[in-house]
Design a protein around this ligand. Structure first.
Ligand SMILES: [Zn+2]
Length: 116
């Protein structure tokens, strides 16, 4: 991978991370507002908060994955499957730039999760 596309990729990952961090901030603010609501609204608010919390967890997971991808860029391991050490398919990285596993390992994980 050339240095120029490395930089473009880094910029893209940083921007995505920034967006998610801002989204997470808004989600947290919504959560806090929910807890301050009066008791009549409380039940409904708490219900909403569960959804909001799930969204927050999703954002946090993605931020962690992007941070890991940025670290792999720095160490030169970017694009290598963390599971089997084989190169991750270029097409997969294009649609999912912070993928940490090749398609085979990702599918294997998915099947394993589905069986649980
Ligand atoms: Zn793999």
């Amino acid at each position: 991978m050339s240095a120029a596309s490395d930089e473009a990729l880094r910029a893209e990952l940083m921007q995505k991370k920034q967006e998610l961090t801002e989204r997470l901030g808004r989600i947290s603010a919504n959560l806090r507002r929910g807890y301050e609501a009066d008791s009549k609204e409380r039940a409904k608010e708490l219900e909403d908060n569960e959804v909001v919390d799930a969204l927050g967890n999703e954002a946090r997971t993605e931020i962690a994955k992007i941070s890991a991808a940025l670290q792999r860029l720095d160490s030169g391991d970017y694009g290598t499957c963390t599971e089997c050490g084989m190169p991750i398919e270029a097409g997969r990285l294009k649609v999912y730039p912070y993928a940490d596993e090749c398609i085979d390992c990702a599918e294997f994980d998915e099947k394993r999760r589905a069986r649980q």
